[in-house]
Design a protein around this ligand. Structure first.
Ligand SMILES: [Zn+2]
Length: 156
């Protein structure tokens, strides 16, 4: 796979949600008290993610255009790339399905919590992609959807 990735600009279209700085923290379940508070205020939390390229240790070459140390971040639904950095679409396609789950609070026993590496889909490429939770961001339900918060409860 030698296709060069096309730069994707991380444009923000919505309000800037609040970021809590807790880089390196482990996943936590909300307490009953904070859960009650969240229900009243319509807020919810998602992790910010950083996806960074590493070598898989096999000695295989880095076939695709994703050098070791290249990274991008996911904040809410927006991908952010360092200025001038590109990322190939085929590895991105392999990574994307995992990101929404990694953004959310997960059970400590869930493999989605413990497993952090994704292999490059090119079998000849020695790249892997490490996903780290780098912080938590608070969103308001009303800022990210037009669906009413309790729509399912109100349905007949
Ligand atoms: Zn690759």
């Amino acid at each position: 796979m030698t296709t060069k990735g096309r730069k994707i600009d991380g444009q923000r279209t919505g309000p800037e949600p609040r970021l809590e700085s807790d880089a390196g923290s482990t996943p936590q379940q909300p307490t009953a008290g904070s859960d009650r508070g969240r229900r009243q205020s319509d807020t919810f939390e998602l992790y910010d993610l950083r996806v960074e390229v590493a070598a898989d240790g096999s000695g295989k070459p880095m076939v695709c255009n994703h050098p070791v140390g290249a990274f991008f971040e996911l904040r809410g639904e927006e991908l952010h790339f360092p200025p001038g950095q590109t990322f190939p679409i085929y590895p991105l396609a392999a990574i994307l399905p995992l990101l929404p789950a990694k953004q959310r609070l997960t059970d400590p026993n869930d493999w989605m919590t413990t497993d952090t590496e994704i292999a490059c889909p090119d079998p000849h490429c020695g790249g892997i992609f490490r996903i780290r939770r780098i912080g938590k961001r608070t969103f308001r339900h009303g800022d990210v959807t037009v669906v009413p918060l309790h729509a399912q409860e109100e349905a007949p």
